[in-house]
Design a protein around this ligand. Structure first.
Ligand SMILES: *[C@@H]1O[C@H](CO)[C@@H](O)[C@H](O)[C@H]1NC(C)=O
Ligand SMILES: *[C@@H]1O[C@H](CO)[C@@H](O)[C@H](O)[C@H]1NC(C)=O
Ligand SMILES: *[C@@H]1O[C@H](CO)[C@@H](O)[C@H](O)[C@H]1NC(C)=O
Ligand SMILES: *[C@@H]1O[C@H](CO)[C@@H](O)[C@H](O)[C@H]1NC(C)=O
Length: 507
């Protein structure tokens, strides 16, 4: 989705930042396995507009985001963008389907216009030979299900989500072979039900960072993720009993991940870093690999952590064909278990990791003048890919989002983004060479889109979009030319960055 959410996380959580990246690794497209795919991504709500918890949230004006319905306009541009993708040489495109566009009431009747819209888009992608990866749920819960039974807090959502996915498989599964059920369920738990910054904005004192209607930050994140996991497993089973044989596709789940470093060499900080792994990616991937939450979560969260029945545990175990990662940045994690606060604990307190150190001081003591300036750390992605390989029995992995946010009005000459992307693509290759089973890499985002927590002020696009213009003009940034050259011409990449030759932005 976007990196601003990483900043939200860091702001609440703790400790930034990052190391020097490795320099000098040079590679070409053909250094990657031939069935590896390079693509780019966007999502439904960030381009188009529905009645969902998101839109309600945007309209409540709790953020500084410029909204004004601008996102509704880009609906009609999507087909033109497919041509742009083909011209760029994208091998794959990741899109998300909007639940309420397809099923306006959350369950029941299917909207034929919604089906028609996605059929048109999917056919166009097929025509251009672009492999299609679909995210079934990217945060856009139909408002009606939030109103009726509080969305992900109720197990009722498992059947409704499965029925929605069934429509997706039935209508589009003849052409779509790569399905991801849920985008960042770990962040949904925290952002939507603990800090409350994300829709539907549940949180309770003293953890709230905004004025939520009172809910319960000590239990709701765990309940929501429990239902998200069961809904995922239900959809996975549906696909493999009803569709797989006919359609031959695969179904995975996505998690948000950080590169994780212990703040110091102390055992306490090393254990804190491990705890952080277990609470962030382990929360999702452990149940799907081993049928239960990580031991440390069960120990610390205790009776607030829902329990899987034996049947559920069996259903979860092995219920994925791949894990997708949204990965942008790295964290230093410091132990905070000596904090004997006896008050109620939310997710952050449960991790028993430090959240109060100055964000501007690196472990080395170096002062970082602008904490919002996140230093790219490609090594953090390599560590995460190799951590997942080692911890979860070498699962197939996709880097489903990676990219650099820059100020919207910055020039088209985004050399920093080229450095960023080449560094992370390089670290993906290193992880593959070290045995990680990585199958693809997607740049976030193909074009500038509406970004959570940043609106239109920070953008990630390979192509800029002039949101003020009537035509919403797209212009390639240097990074678009660069990615295109890498894909089409087997262009060589060095993590020290490319020479400028041949990469002048077209005006
Ligand atoms: C939070 O909302 C309540 C209920 O609407 C209101 O009484 C209170 O003043 C608000 N507090 C802040 C800090 O906005
Ligand atoms: C949250 O739920 C826990 C466990 O059920 C309970 O002990 C606590 O009082 C609740 N807190 C609020 C603010 O409702
Ligand atoms: C970008 O430029 C537009 C048009 O000049 C302006 O309205 C907008 O505020 C600028 N945004 C930022 C983040 O500087
Ligand atoms: C791509 O470039 C590399 C290194 O120059 C070369 O070994 C490889 O054969 C090239 N592959 C293709 C498909 O041209």
């Amino acid at each position: 989705m976007e990196g601003a959410r990483a900043r939200l996380f860091i702001g609440v959580l703790c400790c930034l930042v990052v190391l020097e990246r490795a320099v000098g690794l040079e590679f070409t497209r053909s250094d990657f396995p031939s069935d590896f795919v390079f693509g780019s991504a966007t999502s439904a709500y960030q381009e188009r507009c529905q009645t969902t918890v998101l839109v309600m949230w945007l309209q409540t004006d709790i953020t500084n985001i410029r909204y004004n319905g601008i996102i509704m306009l880009s609906y009609r541009y999507i087909l033109e963008d497919v041509k742009l993708m083909a011209d760029t040489g994208l091998e794959a495109y990741r899109l998300s389907i909007s639940w309420s566009r397809l099923i306006p009431d959350g369950r029941g009747e299917v909207n034929p216009k919604g089906v028609e819209y996605y059929n048109g888009l999917i056919d166009d992608l097929v025509k251009h030979g672009i492999q299609i990866h679909v995210m079934i749920y990217q945060l856009d819960l139909p408002q009606v299900l939030e109103d009726e039974y509080q969305g992900w807090l109720s197990p009722k959502i498992i059947d409704d989500f499965t029925a929605y996915a069934d429509v997706c498989f039935k209508e589009f599964g003849d052409r779509v072979k790569y399905w991801t059920t849920l985008d960042e369920p770990n962040i949904i738990g925290i952002g939507s039900y603990d800090s409350g910054l994300w829709p539907p904005q549940h949180c309770s004192n003293p953890f709230r960072v905004i004025n939520c209607t009172i809910r319960n930050s000590t239990v709701e994140p765990y309940i929501a993720v429990h239902n998200l996991l069961l809904a995922h497993a239900s959809v996975y089973n549906l696909y493999h009993t009803k569709y797989h044989e006919l359609q031959g596709g695969i179904v995975g789940i996505n998690v948000y991940s950080f590169g994780i470093y212990p703040f110091s060499d102390s055992n306490a900080d090393k254990e804190a870093a491990q705890r952080y792994h277990d609470f962030s990616v382990g929360w999702i991937v452990n149940p799907l690999t081993y049928g239960d939450y990580p031991l440390i979560m069960k120990k610390i969260v205790g009776p607030r952590l829902p329990v899987f029945t034996k049947y559920q545990s069996e259903m979860l175990r092995g219920a994925f064909d791949f894990i997708g990662l949204n990965h942008y940045t790295s964290l230093y994690v410091m132990d905070d278990s000596h904090n004997t606060n006896l008050g109620p604990h939310d997710f952050y307190a449960d991790t028993s990791t430090q959240s109060s150190i100055s964000r501007n001081i690196m472990p080395s003591g170096q002062y970082i003048p602008d904490p919002s300036e996140i230093v790219p750390d490609p090594d953090g992605l390599e560590h995460m890919l190799e951590y997942l390989k080692a911890t979860y029995d070498n699962p197939p992995l996709y880097v489903q989002e990676n990219g650099l946010g820059m100020t919207t009005n910055s020039s088209l000459e985004d050399k920093k983004r080229i450095d960023f992307l080449s560094g992370f693509i390089g670290s993906t290759l290193t992880a593959i060479r070290n045995g990680a089973n990585v199958r693809g890499y997607f740049v976030w985002s193909f074009i500038d889109v509406f970004e959570f927590l940043a609106g239109y002020d920070t953008t990630f696009g390979l192509y800029s979009v002039d949101f003020e213009s009537k035509e919403k003009t797209r212009k390639p940034r240097l990074s678009a030319h660069w990615y295109s050259n890498f894909l089409k011409n087997n262009g060589s990449i060095s993590t020290t960055g490319l020479s400028d030759e041949g990469y002048h932005a077209e005006q």
